[in-house]
Design a protein around this ligand. Structure first.
Ligand code: NAP
Ligand code: G3H
Length: 476
């Protein structure tokens, strides 16, 4: 029998009446089981978390930071152990999985340090009429209370840590709902916080299928802030259920790489392939379409094909660049996008090939705007090249997307690059590089259906705190 993983609840490890078996997407190996929490289990998590908050909030920043530093040290110590499980659970190359754990430790440390530096401000009256010059406002940041953190399968540790650490350092308590496929990794992350000695109830976990317990955990009145990363439809649903409570949503994307005539095409091709196809394209920030000027399109396509040919296809334990995608539903969806593009005249640069959930990387040239691949997020190793005849056309197609996460512009004409960056309706534009989240202190946000609110350690702390003013009148 494989291991029965437990939830961290009020400082103890707990099973539930039911559980969910977790299998490796790459080979079907049973990896263990996690509890399927009931509504009563969730009520208990929330009640104990709320009870723990006043004492946690009363600690100084330095005291809270010490717990976080300790958790980060434990993660680094256990990076290979956790990475090995993570690699199997979400079919991510082993080295990338270990890096994800170490990156999470870095975020936790940075959050601890950022918290220690958190300052309020003093405002003076006097800018308005009628006695205001005697007024002084002391503006301080306060935690919101209980933060519900919901993370996606593709970064089950990193995109949990990036929510948990800024929330905790600010004096909030946290309940983490990891993705079901990724929940063992989420529980291993929780083990690091538990071993660091966090007081009971300050950090808890909730496992169970989002389709079953999702609405309940989100709507629950105990929750003060919801920090979600995942797909746009689920994010929109959470937005509706959240009511007046503040939320953070990191959602889907369709990031464009715009390549102009004067670009360093060899570099652009390398960045596009790495940025678009690493971890089989299962990154929110993956390059998900190339918009290239007609005059250099043949050359760029040739260079991209040469880079794709270098990619290894195989299993996570072999550190392959392209590994099986997360499940058969996802593989079917990717295949559907590929077939639609082929039927409408896109030119596959290599024959589309699929064995189970393993899909070989495929570039589609001559993609046109009537094809689904021009607009939908494959979250898989296929990428469209759309040929354009002007910068204006590239910007127009890019902006017609319902998404607005990131974009790249490849050119050596920097004034033009800045002009294009201004025109693109996205959260971040990278000049001469692939789209990517990091570094993790930078603001990270999506426009339109790519999200709401701004992540990035300092920004996450701001989002999960509120200002409170205390106002004095100075005596005459
Ligand atoms: P997903 O299906 O939306 O799931 C994300 C999380 O939400 C999982 O923990 C899931 O739990 C949970 N969930 C499902 N239904 C829920 C509900 N009704 N209420 C509350 N929670 C619910 O997304 P995914 O497939 O894991 O991740 C891929 C998507 O995430 C892509 O669209 C990608 O672009 C996006 N993403 C965005 C960013 C960003 O920063 N913008 C980063 C990474 C990924 P279960 O696993 O139990 O269903
Ligand atoms: O999937 C979304 C992640 O936030 C992407 O992070 O660009 O560092 O791979 P990354």
């Amino acid at each position: 029998m494989t291991k029965q993983y437990k939830n961290l609840v009020n400082g103890e490890w707990k099973l539930s009446d039911n559980d969910i078996k977790i299998y490796a997407p790459a080979n079907g190996e049973e990896l263990g089981s996690v509890p399927a929490m009931s509504q009563e289990d969730v009520d208990y998590v929330y009640a104990t978390a709320k009870a723990a908050q006043p004492a946690w909030r009363a600690l100084s920043y330095v005291e809270r930071a010490a717990y976080l530093h300790k958790a980060a040290d434990i993660l680094v110590r256990d990076a290979e152990k956790i990475g090995a499980v993570l690699s199997k659970e979400v079919a991510k190359g082993y080295k990338a999985a270990v890096s994800e754990v170490v990156r999470t430790a870095d975020i936790i440390r940075y959050a601890a340090e950022e918290g220690v530096r958190l300052e309020g401000e003093v405002l003076e009256g006097g800018s308005f009429e009628a006695g205001s010059k005697k007024k002084i406002a002391i503006v301080r940041r306060e935690p919101l209370g209980l933060v519900l953190a919901i993370s996606p399968f593709n970064y089950p540790v990193n995109l949990a840590g990036s929510k948990i650490a800024p929330a905790l350092i600010s004096g909030n308590v946290v309940a983490l709902k990891p993705p079901t496929q990724g929940s063992i990794s989420g529980l291993l992350l929780a083990e690091a916080f538990a071993e660091a000695g966090l007081p009971a109830g300050v950090f808890s976990t909730i496992t169970g299928k989002g389709s079953v317990i999702g609405d309940y955990i989100v709507e629950h009145e105990a929750v003060n802030f919801i920090n979600f990363t995942g797909s746009t439809p689920i994010g929109e649903r959470i937005g509706k259920l959240a009511g007046m409570r503040p939320i953070m949503l990191e959602l889907g994307g369709k990031d464009s790489a715009i390549v102009l005539e004067d670009a360093n095409l060899a570099k652009a091709a390398k960045d596009i392939v790495l940025g678009g196809l690493s971890y089989s394209g299962q990154r929110c920030t993956a390059v998900k379409r190339v918009l290239v000027m007609d005059s250099v399109a043949d050359k760029l396509t040739e260079l991209i094909n040469a880079e794709v040919a270098k990619l290894s296809v195989g299993m996570p334990e072999d550190n392959a660049d392209i590994t099986p995608v997360i499940d058969s539903g996802s593989a079917d969806y990717i295949e559907g996008l590929a077939k639609d593009a082929e039927e409408k005249g896109a030119k596959a640069q290599t024959e589309f090939k699929r064995e189970g959930n393993l899909i070989w990387p495929t570039i589609y040239d001559n993609v046109t705007t009537d094809m689904r691949l021009a607009w939908e997020e494959p979250f898989g190793p296929i990428m469209p090249i759309i040929r354009v005849s002007s910068v204006e056309e590239a910007v127009k197609i890019s902006n017609e997307s319902e998404y607005g996460l990131q974009a790249s512009v490849f050119t050596n004409n920097f004034p033009l690059a800045f002009k294009i960056a201004e025109q693109l309706e996205v959260g971040t534009v990278h000049i001469n590089n692939k789209t990517q989240r990091g570094t993790d202190n930078f603001p990270f946000l999506g426009a339109k259906k790519s999200g709401a609110g701004t992540q990035g350690v300092k920004y996450s702390i701001e989002a999960m705190t509120t200002v409170k003013s205390t106002v004095f009148d100075i005596a005459d």
